[in-house]
Structures are given as structure tokens and as C-alpha cells.
Ligand binder design. Sequence first.
Ligand code: UDP
Ligand code: MG
Length: 244
Amino acid sequence: MRLSIIIPTYNERDNLEELAERLRSALGEAKYELVIVDDGSPDGTGKLAEELARRLGNVKVMHRPGKCGLASAVVDGLMVAEGDVVAVMDADLQHPPEILPRMIEEIVKGADLVVASRYVKGGGVEGWSQWRRLVSRVATLMARLSIPRARWVRDPLSGFFAFKRSVVEGLELNPKGFKILLEIIAKGNFRKVVETPYTFQIRRRGESKLKTSEYLNYVAHLNKLQKETIKKALSNLWCTAKPT
Ligand code: UDP
Ligand code: MG
């Protein structure tokens, strides 16, 4: 098994080195590559990523012209990722790298998709205001109400997850907004999905890029996904109902 870890970055210069170091100690002897997808960070994250690539040898760097968004960074990262297992995580250490070995173990045991989850027993969030907690819960509920497969997990909006590459092979992923996992849950080819609890950490360095406009983006994304899901279900129904 070979693992590719896709890490989208925008202005994460002060986090990237620690992330690479903590991943190295967490993953030990495992074979893995880092795919850093940088959105033309003005703080020099892209340059630092190149330096890490020279120093560590298992790092690929993609440079994008500007802040093109999280979901499309993952789709772009998939184009160069060579692993048969792919993990996606943020660069800002809010997703603790120490959870990754447990997630990979679940894949080895037979899961197709593993979601690091804030909303199963043992998981949580650190330092969020009541307002952000509420927004996250409402957004999660909306996803679970409108996309039937999102009910298979408690945290379909997590940004930290791992999957067998076959789950996304041949799929047309819509690279809009922040919520690429929801897209994979709605469209992916998987049977077994497992959630691993984790606590979303406080961001210690750098700033969040989540703007209010992302909430609107999310509602539009959800609406589109819902329509696509209904269309697919209807077409399946039509096909199975046809006389042979
Ligand atoms: N990010 C990115 N491009 C963007 C916005 C965000 O690559 O246009 C990266 C960012 O550097 C981080 C991850 O996506 O690694 C999650 O972003 P952020 O921490 O701002 O979101 P939050 O954790 O506040 O929801
Ligand atoms: Mg963050």
C-alpha cells in the first residue's frame, strides 16, 4: 500500500514544517508522499514547500495561481497523487496528524472511506464559539437531511478523511467550495465507511480563510448535489423498472 497525503495550503508558512515533522513521527516507516497544493500564498508557503521537497524527498508541490479554494485543491492534488490510498487534511495542525495511522489501519482492515469525525463519541472541537458550533451543527444536519448517503456518517463535512483511490476513480468531482468530502460521499464508489474520533484543534498560527461567503457557497453546493442525487436515483429506478 502506498499513501498520498493531499495538503491544501494558503498562507500556512508557520505550520507546514511542523506538520511534515509530526507526520513523519506519526507514520514512522510507512511509505507515503505529501502532495502540497499551494494557492500562490503571498507569505512564501510555496517556496517553503519546494524547500521541504528538496530536503525530504517524498514531497510533491503543485502551485496554483491564487486562492482557488479547498475542494478544487484536492481534485488537483489527486491528479499527481500516486498512492492507492489517499488522505486529505488541512495544513494548519487543526487536524492532528497523530490520528492518521488509526485511519489507515481502518483502511487496511477493509474500510473504503474513513472519516476523522468530530461528532462521534470521543470526538469534539476545541475553542469554538457557541455560534460556530451551531453553524457547523446546522450545516451538518442540512447535509444529512438532503443527501441520503450523508446519513451513513455523523460528520459528512469533515475536512480530514482517507479513502481507497478506487472510491473516486472515474468520478466527476465538482471542485467548488470547501466540502469535498460531501461530494465524495454523494458520488463515490464505496461500501464500508468508518469514522475515527478526533478533536478539531485550535488554530495556533495563521488565520482561518473561512469567510461568510463560504456559507452561501455551501448552500448552493448542497442544492446542486441534492438535484444530482435525485436525478441519479430516478434514472436508476427507470432503468431497473424497464422490461428486459
Ligand atoms: N486553503 C486553501 N485554499 C483556500 C482556502 C483554504 O488551500 O482557498 C487551505 C488552508 O491553508 C488550510 C485549509 O485549506 O490548510 C483549511 O482552511 P482554514 O483553516 O482557513 O479553514 P477552517 O479550518 O477555518 O475551516
Ligand atoms: Mg483551519
